[in-house]
Design a binder for this molecule. Structure first.
Ligand code: MG
Length: 295
């Protein structure tokens, strides 16, 4: 099932279901679920509830997507996004080449950091260049995991039931700000630095866990990243089990699982984003997320 957040004429703004073929949108409140945000609804959208919703949808009216204005599925996450750093081997190589001091790792332990997302950027929205502050603006196409229920002390191999679904997240990064400070937080968290969407696809839509999905990005139509989420060094099960040891991960938690090789700092010479550039991120089974850099 695909969940979006959108505003519709006569239906207000809020969470909605997008049909599998993408041709119909049904607000959740038409199904008797009066949640203002998808974040609030997620703990209640269990597999059982979703089965019921699927049945109920067949008898309900819907609206065509071109009548809707889409936001990011979770436009204002209640907590910072948890991110994995250096989680694909080929990206590790390119990052270390760019700055061994900032990125060298022996991969013994996962690298976690967080990203402030005051307002997630929707598909079609703008990445803010912050040219007064940032000279080295970069993109990172990532698979983001959204948890469906509170997770604490999850045993290895048993994290699947905690995953609500997946979306695409572009972990936009100011390399100069990121590496100037000891921690990456500031350089990852500027306003307009988190395109996320276009929808959340529930985990049951994917055969494998963790899912092995083609992941790609393009800048102005030129392919830059082309990999598979099955190549992650620390997979989703490892991450949820490890992070839930002694720390409660709330339902709705978003975890960005790292980016493969092909980012701007990895090119020779590095090629950073500038105003007017168009970045498209794609993940098989989810869709694409296209954003223009704005100066
Ligand atoms: Mg990243």
């Amino acid at each position: 099932m695909r969940f979006v957040t959108c505003s519709l004429p006569g239906a207000g703004s809020g969470p909605a279901i997008l049909s599998p073929d993408g041709t119909a949108v049904t607000p959740l409140h038409w199904l008797g679920l009066d949640y203002d945000t998808l974040w609030e609804a997620i703990p209640f959208l269990t597999p059982q509830v979703r089965s019921g919703l699927s049945l109920a949808l067949t008898g309900l009216p819907s609206l065509p997507p071109d009548m809707a204005t889409f936001s990011s599925p979770i436009p204002a996450p209640a907590q910072d996004v948890i991110c994995l750093g250096i989680n694909y081997m080929d990206h590790s190589d390119e990052a270390e080449k760019y700055s061994a001091e900032a990125f060298a790792t022996r991969h013994q332990d996962a690298i976690y950091f967080s990203k402030r997302v005051t307002q997630a950027v929707p598909d079609g929205g703008f990445i803010e260049a912050h040219t007064d502050l940032v000279q080295k603006l970069d993109y990172e196409c990532e698979l983001a995991v959204v948890l469906g229920k509170d997770a604490r002390d999850v045993p290895a191999g048993q994290s699947r039931e905690y995953v609500f679904g997946y979306t695409i997240l572009n972990d936009v990064s100011a390399r100069d700000v990121q590496t100037a400070h000891k921690q990456w937080y500031f350089g990852k968290s500027l306003d307009g630095f988190t395109p996320m969407g276009p929808c959340i696809v529930t985990a049951d839509e994917f055969d494998t866990y963790p899912p092995r999905l083609g992941i790609r990005s393009f800048v102005n139509g030129e392919k830059r990243q082309d990999s598979n989420t099955g190549l992650q060094i620390f997979d989703i099960d490892h991450v949820i089990c490890e992070l839930s040891r002694g720390m409660t991960l709330k339902a709705g938690t978003i975890i960005a699982t790292g980016t493969p090789a092909g980012v701007g700092m990895g090119m020779d010479p590095p090629r950073f984003l500038k105003p007017g550039d168009v970045v498209r991120c794609e993940i098989d089974g989810i869709g694409s997320l296209t954003n223009t850099v704005r100066g």
